[in-house]
Design a protein around this ligand. Structure first.
Ligand code: FAD
Length: 460
């Protein structure tokens, strides 16, 4: 287990840091790394697939524990839908294992490349957050190694304080070594999807609000350049007997996303051709074309993989943003204040000449995890291209966004936002939550070994 000194990046390629990379294969090797870090005065950060948009899995000058090699599915019971995995197992591995037996992960991210350790640490939400909550609500048990060397088992009842703090705790208290989850029963490999256009932000939020109770999933696309045009996709599971080919549609081969366009052109090269259009004019034209194409209200059936992992259709799409990369800014606002706050945010971005090229809205519900990001309301995720010329202005813009979101009683998501300051984090978590977290941190990690760039930014 000799560490190599390596440059690591965030998913958006907007940050770079050099770290000692260690690839453990067991809980013992994780603890060995803690001991070595203590001896050498270094800090340690866990990393799954490195798909966080920000610095959550980065540790400049310290050790990064790459857990992607601990990726076995340890136990799978098709009778009950209970699965136990090592933390480096990805959502791709998981759905491919369980779907042919008639199950699907209850919560997934917009990409299947994430690991379970990363998903638990961020406590991810899906397009069904309003109905199924965050992934942590479906975890029946996890094991973890603490920097003290303690190997702990947590359930919602056993070591409950750590259960609710380590899930959503961004690897700041300990490192997950196994995760047990309850899958959701499926009767088809297809979803019934309804798509309809929305003309304004107000119409989109109303559409999410009214559509959520009638659907299993709902998500909105928002054109942040024209500010307002958009489209909603809402989907429902099929009932038993609705899909005459259920045995076929639940097979991995049926779900797998094609890697070529028209069977010829490799999609892995597509980002090179997208790059020249990655500017306000290009994205404006793409958004307009998408809106025009979405004007027809329609219903169709789509595979789970195609519905959930649309972004995986274009491998390495983030590279289309060019050398400076991209950042994502996701804010969560209560239903009562969302419209006004986002109208202010979108207008400000436009006024400063820094529009977001892609906006995604979702409907959410609160949860009881200590460092929760969810609210009874909505989220808006916005992608921004970074260039040498706009980096400082974009930073200022996100600080101004933060003030608007805080004043509107909103929250932020630390798998995404890369500019939030310690003051802002303290303001939205509240003193009591921050103190509770600090006490747990002292108990689990008395020597302060677990630190990421994110940790130093928001708790340092
Ligand atoms: C295209 C795309 C779409 C996305 N869509 C969504 C979405 O719909 N919903 C959503 O909620 N998120 C979404 N995300 C964000 C993503 O789900 C999270 O950032 C997730 O944490 C990434 O998982 P990872 O394995 O890459 O973790 P990493 O980015 O490597 O790490 C994330 C955090 O987990 C910690 N960590 C990793 N492994 C362990 C471990 N074993 N023990 C303890 N801590 C650990 C790291 O220290 C870090 O703090 C999306 C990201 C991308 C790139």
């Amino acid at each position: 287990m000799n560490p190599s000194f390596t440059t690591l990046e965030n998913f958006g390629h907007s940050l770079r840091a050099q770290s000692y990379l260690v690839q453990p294969r067991s809980a013992d090797e994780i603890y060995e790394t803690f001991q070595r870090a203590k001896k050498e005065g270094l800090t340690v950060t866990a990393r799954g697939a490195g798909r966080s948009y920000n610095d959550a899995a980065m540790n400049g000058g310290g050790i990064v524990l790459d857990l992607s090699g601990m990726n076995n599915i340890l136990e799978w019971d098709p009778a009950t839908g209970q699965v136990r995995c090592e933390p480096g197992a990805t959502l791709r591995q998981l759905w491919q294992r369980v779907l042919p037996d008639g199950w699907w992960p209850p919560v997934v991210s917009g990409t299947m490349t994430t690991t379970l350790g990363g998903c638990l640490s961020a406590n991810i939400h899906g397009k069904n957050n309003f109905r199924m909550g965050v992934i942590g609500e479906h975890v029946t048990e996890f094991t973890a190694v603490l920097p003290t060397g303690a190997e702990i088992t947590c359930t919602p009842k056993k070591n409950a304080d750590l259960f609710y703090a380590m899930i959503g705790g961004y690897g700041m208290l300990g490192v997950f070594t196994s995760v047990s989850l309850q899958m959701k029963r499926m009767h088809s490999g297809l979803l019934e999807v309804h798509a309809w256009p929305t003309r304004t932000l107000a119409e989109q939020l109303q559409g999410l609000e009214d559509g959520a109770p009638k659907h299993d999933y709902i998500v909105g696309w928002l054109d942040c350049i024209t500010v307002g045009h958009g489209q909603i996709h809402a989907a429902n599971y099929l009932h038993e007997g609705d899909d005459p080919d259920a045995q076929k549609t639940m097979q991995v081969a049926y779900q797998t996303l094609p890697d070529r366009i028209f069977g010829i052109f490799p999609k892995s090269l597509l980002h090179y051709f997208m790059r020249p259009f990655s500017n306000t004019l290009g994205w404006g034209a793409v958004n307009l074309a998408k809106y025009v194409a979405s004007l027809r209200r329609h219903t169709f059936r789509q595979s789970h993989a195609a519905f959930h992992f649309l972004l995986d259709y274009v491998p390495n799409w983030e590279l289309a943003y060019g050398r400076g990369g991209l950042i994502q800014y996701q804010s969560f606002l209560p239903r009562e204040t969302a419209l006004q706050a986002w109208t202010e945010i979108l207008t400000l971005a436009k006024k400063r000449g820094l529009p977001s090229y892609l906006g995604v809205t979702k409907r959410h519900r609160p949860d009881k995890f200590l460092l929760t990001h969810a609210v009874d309301g909505f989220s808006l995720a916005m992608d921004f291209k970074i260039t040498d010329g706009n980096r400082a202005r974009l930073y200022q813009l996100t600080q101004d966004f933060d003030r608007i979101v805080l004043a509107a009683g909103g929250r932020f998501y630390f798998a995404k936002n890369s500019e939030t300051t310690a003051e802002t984090a303290r303001a939205f978590y509240g003193e009591e939550t921050v103190e509770k977290f600090r006490k747990l941190k002292k108990r689990c990690d008395p020597n302060g070994l677990l630190e990421s760039d994110l940790y130093r930014r928001i708790f340092g």
